[in-house]
Design a protein. Structure first.
Length: 76
């Protein structure tokens, strides 16, 4: 199996299917947490994250700037 070295949880130089599955699960959890943090930040700034998804890039940029958020902190 291939994957980042940190997937090799038992440090045997090989990445088993279980290690790969656990590593991918950890990565997906971190991504989900980051997405939830961004949604919470938008909500606390008065922006509905679902509405933001429907906006074009210029509208998103403007809405974030109007809310005094840095647009570069978000994946537009």
């Amino acid at each position: 199996m291939k994957g980042p070295k940190w997937f090799d949880l038992n440090h045997d130089g090989k990445i088993s299917q279980v290690e790969q599955m656990l590593g991918q699960s950890m990565m997906f959890s971190m991504i989900e947490e980051e997405e939830q943090e961004q949604r919470n930040l938008l909500t606390s700034a008065g922006i509905d994250p679902d509405d933001l998804e429907d906006m074009d890039d210029f509208e998103k940029y403007q809405a974030l700037e109007d809310a005094e958020l840095d647009p570069s902190d978000f994946d537009l």
